[in-house]
Design a protein around this ligand. Structure first.
Ligand SMILES: Nc1ncnc2c1ncn2[C@@H]1O[C@H](COP(=O)(O)OP(=O)(O)O)[C@@H](O)[C@H]1O
Ligand SMILES: [Mg+2]
Length: 215
């Protein structure tokens, strides 16, 4: 099994964290070493940056500093954790990566894709996911799942969650555009079924990708 960098993308509440965990468990059951990581976060420094980004009290945070904080956490994660794991031959499963910045800061906040990709070049050292599983869900379903999760867990994943519905529509449209522009890497997965149904679809895509790498 070669080192592989897999990312989960999609709107808040689409089921990324759930599916990232299930995929990592599946790889482990099959005997593959896995690094699971989450953005923003991933490292102790990234966790500190994550608290700033998700804190609903930080309403005055502007779009450019938000982008740079996201990439500050990502740069630390790439250097300290993702690249070393890949060098050891591990499979890395990341809950969000640069495509999230394209969708949220580039499209929904209006900074533009090019700005995001310029920062990516500095922060990510050329690292691009091998496979990106983008879970597609209608905006209202995603938001209601995310809100009930936040209520149940007292989670602070709330600052961006409080944006207007229009913002979340732009996020979803950007993911669709990413899938159209990079069909080999970015795969849309219908997120409307049960957790198990979605996990089965994810595994189908991953299995085919692994087989194609062996040939
Ligand atoms: N397929 C599903 N159907 C219904 N609820 C789901 C499904 N997948 C996840 N959930 C629930 O929806 C909420 C959001 O899922 P989560 O994995 O945290 O999404 P994300 O990481 O994309 O924001 C959680 O409470 C989770 O338990
Ligand atoms: Mg999540």
């Amino acid at each position: 099994m070669p080192a592989l960098f897999i990312t989960f993308e999609g709107p808040d509440g689409s089921g990324k964290s759930t599916q990232a965990r299930l995929l990592a468990e599946r790889f482990r059951r099959e005997g593959h070493p896995v690094l699971e990581t989450v953005e923003p976060g991933g490292t102790p420094i990234g966790q500190q940056i994550r608290r700033i980004l998700l804190d609903p009290a930080n309403q005055e945070l502007r779009a450019v500093p938000e982008l740079l904080l996201m990439f500050a956490a990502r740069a630390q994660n790439v250097e300290q954790s993702i690249l070393p794991a890949l060098a050891e031959g591990k499979i890395v499963v990341s809950d969000r990566f640069t495509d999230s910045s394209i969708a949220y800061q580039g499209a929904a906040r209006g900074l533009g894709w090019d700005t995001v990709l310029q920062v990516d070049r500095i922060a990510c050292q050329g690292l691009v996911p091998d496979l990106t599983l983008c879970i597609d869900i209608d905006t209202e379903t995603g938001l209601s799942r995310a809100r009930s999760r936040n209520r149940d867990s007292g989670s602070h994943e709330a600052r961006i969650d409080q944006q207007a519905v229009e913002f979340h529509h732009k996020v979803r449209d950007a993911y669709h555009e990413l899938a159209r522009s990079e069909p080999g890497r970015v795969r849309l997965i219908d997120g409307s079924g049960s957790e198990e149904e979605i996990a089965a679809k994810v595994w189908d895509v991953v299995r085919i990708e692994l087989e194609s790498r062996h040939n």
